[in-house]
Structure formats: C-alpha cells, structure tokens
Design a protein around this ligand. Structure first.
Ligand SMILES: [Zn+2]
Length: 269
C-alpha cells in the first residue's frame, strides 16, 4: 500500500507539473460563481479562496484567530506524510473514552481513513512513533528545531523554549489553544507552492466528490477535509488549481460543514 501511495503521489506530481501552464491561461485571482463578488456567508462563517496564482481572497471573520482543530492533521500530513505512507501506518482506535472524536471509536484505520474520520488517537500514536525515530536518526535537539520550524506558523510564541521534544498530547492534534491560525492565514499556507506534495496527497486520499465551480475550476474533483472542535468546524478543500477554507463558529457536524462548503462555492456534491 505504501508503494501504491508513493506511486500515485508521483503521478500527482506529474499533474502538478502542468500547473504553470494552466495558471498562465487563467485570469489573475479566483472568480466567484455566476459573477457574484462575494460569497453568501451566514453570521459566524469565514471563507477564504486561493486561485491558481496563490492569491488569497477572504470574507467574513477570516482574520479572527482560532484553534487549529482538525486542520492540525493536514499540518502533520505535510510534516510526516511521506514517512507514514512509506511505513503504511495502521491503528486500531478504541474510541471516545480514550480521547478520540468518535465515541464508538474508528476501528482499524490506515492513514487515509484516519484523515477522513479525524481519528486523532491514530495521529497521536503515529506522531509518538515518529518522534522516537527522529531522536534515533538525528538527536533530540535537531528534532526539536525541525518541529518548531514546521509548526511555527501555528505556534506563535506559545511553545515554551526547550531543547527537548514536547509531550505530543491532544494539543498537538488540534485540541486546545496551542496550535492556532486564522482562516486567511491557513489558506495562504495551504496554497503556498511548498505545499504541492501535501495537496497532491490530499487530492488522492480525500478526493471523491465531483464539484462544479465552473468559473474557476471546471468540473475537476475536489478533495475536502472536515472536522469539528469545541468552537465550531473547519472544512479545507482543493482540486490542484484552487484551494478553499471554511470556518463555521458554533455547533455543526462535519457533514453539515461540508454541505455549507459546497453551497458557498456554488457546486454540487
Ligand atoms: Zn479514533
């Protein structure tokens, strides 16, 4: 399975190699459906959209800082996705009593299933395994510096100074306030060319719905990643040319959040 993921990731890279041509044929910046100049947002929603040139437009409460929540999984996928795919990681989730997002547990999950189901226990287990490997490979001081570098956009100055690795508790998979972002800042990070391999992996792992945001992206498949936390829900998505991010404050299920994401983009699920 690891070979499959790597092979498909390489195929994704070949597609991405065409991106500059596609970008050159398109107008600057993203367009909204049917000539609208702003999306129809409800109170408490924030929406950000990045087009082929990486320029980010945002609406609603897009500059309000909030907990990273389920988006932490995407940052970890960027940080350790290659290693986890190569190891073909697996996990058996015992469920809510042990601190996961689904009370009955997620059962046996691989990387794709953990990502889709927001199985934070699986991620914490794999993070701990990775951390042990980093220490063995290049020592704890270097591992710490690399971790700080990778998570700096979401950590601010909240991580106490140290030369050892932190305990990778729930805060590192999106619970609480350690990792924070704004919708506009996270989408800018996601749309950065440095994230091409992450986006390729997301598209392969999470993409299934055929979305029709015709003005911007035609009928290509969009991947989406949704998750809920104590303050609301996040939905991130993209299709290789464009990326978008929705934040909803307040009680909302992952499915409801995905439906809003599609409605705001004016696309059919
Ligand atoms: Zn789980």
């Amino acid at each position: 399975m690891g070979g499959l993921i790597l092979g498909a990731a390489l195929a994704g890279c070949a597609l991405l190699a065409q991106a500059p041509d596609l970008a050159a044929r398109r107008p600057k910046g993203p367009a909204l459906p049917q000539g609208r100049t702003s999306p129809d947002l409800r109170p408490g929603e924030a929406f950000a959209l990045a087009g082929p040139d990486g320029a980010v437009q945002s609406w609603g409460e897009a500059s309000a800082e909030q907990a990273l929540g389920s988006l932490a999984a995407l940052v970890w996928l960027r940080f350790e996705g290659d290693a986890w795919a190569a190891r073909d990681v697996r996990f058996k989730c015992p469920g809510g009593a042990a601190g996961c997002t689904r009370p009955k547990g997620h059962g046996r999950v691989d990387l794709a299933e953990a990502l889709k189901g927001d199985c934070r226990l699986a991620f914490r287990t794999w993070i701990a395994e990775s951390a042990a490997q980093w220490v063995e490979d290049y020592g704890e001081g270097v591992a710490r510096a690399r971790l700080e570098e990778g998570f700096r956009p979401f950590l601010g100055a909240r991580l106490p100074r140290a030369d050892r690795l932190p305990d990778f508790g729930p805060a590192w998979t999106g619970d609480g306030d350690l990792l924070r972002t704004t919708p506009a800042a996270f989408l800018a990070w996601l749309a950065d060319p440095a994230q091409f391999e992450l986006l390729s992996r997301c598209r392969r792992t999470l993409g299934s719905a055929s979305f029709h945001f015709r003005d911007l992206v035609g009928t290509e498949d969009w991947w989406t990643h949704a998750g809920v936390d104590a303050q609301g829900a996040w939905v991130a998505g993209g299709n290789g040319r464009a990326a978008a991010l929705l934040r909803i404050r307040g009680a909302c299920s992952a499915e409801e959040a995905r439906a809003r994401f599609r409605a705001i983009l004016g696309i059919k699920g």
